[in-house]
Design a protein around this ligand. Sequence first.
Ligand code: ARG
Length: 576
Amino acid sequence: MDYKARIAKNISEITGAEEEQILKAIEIPPQLDLGDYAFPCFILAKVMKKNPAMIAGDLCGNADTLTGMEDKVSCKNVGPYLNFYVKREAIAEEVLGEIIEKGEDYGASDEGAGQNVIVEFSSPNIAKPFHVGHAFTTVLGNSISRIYSKLGYNVIRMNHLGDYGTQFGKLITAYRLWGDEEALKESPINELTRIYVKFHEEAKDNPELEDEARENFKKLEDGCPDEVALWQRFRDVSLEEFNKLYKRMGVEFDNYNGESFYSDKIPAVVDMLEEKGLLTESDGAKVVMLDDCKMPPCIILKSDGTTIYASRDLAAVLYRHETYNFSKNIYVVGIPQALHFKQVFAVLKKAGFDFADDCVHVGFGLVKFKNNVKFSTREGNVILLEDLLNEAVSKTRAIIEENAKSRGQDMDESEIDSIAETVGLGAVFYTYLKAGRERDILFDWDEILDFEGDTAPYLIYTYARTRSILRKAADMGLTPDGDIKLLVSDDEYAVIRALSDYKDAVKRAASAYEPFIVSRQIATIARSYNRFYNNSSILNCDNDDLKRARLVLCEAVCMTLKNGLELLGINVVERM
Ligand code: ARG
């Protein structure tokens, strides 16, 4: 429907002001009596050299303001505001018609057709535990990938594994001394962490260990077969363990080119920077100076000639551009690495690669826990994602079981298990995605699992309950095909408005890299739907036509909630 866009276009054509700017200024008034959309005419005052109230009056009297939508929208002016009123029966037909017709594709578009977008996310370090911070990038990146796919972009999901660096020399040394073959098979990351910690303890009294580790890393860099084989093994077993988590989370990657993949591509980068005259010696290291960008220098080669994180990222971005000719290259990595990415992008720009402007660091905040979140942590003070998920699922299970008992629902153990898994994971994902990504997250079980709160359980429950109404209706022989034009009450209209704003929310979420715009929109849909549900009867409605129209509304709500949750990586259940 997008009346907002059409209104902006019309005003822009009449006044000559920029469409984009008008679109941005159009508001959704807080009360329905002020219209569905309002345009404050202040921004036109400069271009038109008139006061905003006069402009509003003129525009309102101008038939062209509504050209092409006169039968669906009317306009009034109040002071400097133009208020637009959408005719409820028209919008109901348009929005619900579109949702029912498109189903899963409601909110989809082809704006990205033919464009490659790289979303790099997760990127854990191999041989290290997968903690709740890595979960943030995983959940956020997964959602951003899904949103971009929905908009027709060809998304390449990359997992830039931390699989290179001097720590692998230490692991090789440690494994040869203390490694336990069986334990490595049984629980790879635990075993690798154990020997890594032991290495550091032993090296305090035994500094030669460090030399040996350095030597082993050198051998690894030089491609010595034994060292490479061990490293490969650490990588394989770690990835196997990560993949179990990814599978459980419903996350997939197209590509696991980690840091190691780029190590042999670095000399070419160094040569290129050298040729362009960008490399400077500094304390034996080679750096690109960035003082003109008010940043510390970007180190390319360390004084011992070994490569580092930034050079691997430079090699990676050049490779990505060459391989995928991306229109966007998105890095979903925590805020603490913001400077690193600014430096990498600045070096690219200096070297004359304009695609630096298409590279985006999408940062996110920290993960904190309220006192009621306790774990028997296996690894000192990091909280493992697996423990968090298990705890969420078991707590959800208890609630579902209790609810089923009190409602007298008969559910067997395996159904309860599967609902608890879906809802529990959903609860955790939603917590990561319900607010702006740069905000820190506070995990609090009471809040996350509140079936009435701003939570995934609330949304999934709304979906499941509505599905059960639709099933009941079908059993009663009722078909969802009433006259949609009857859906004009305030409550019904609020739901339809929320549904109609969903499409725009998906687009805005993509351009701001903010899945919370989608989560907030579906939460608005669910809240307004539940208000409607509490105030009106659906199956007991005495007007048969209206009853069947309300079933259409139920169906549209289900579809949109399911679509939206899917964009967040969250599944639904048919009953709970
Ligand atoms: N492995 C790194 C970490 O765990 C994150 C990698 C981020 N991506 C990148 N291209 N530098 O901190």
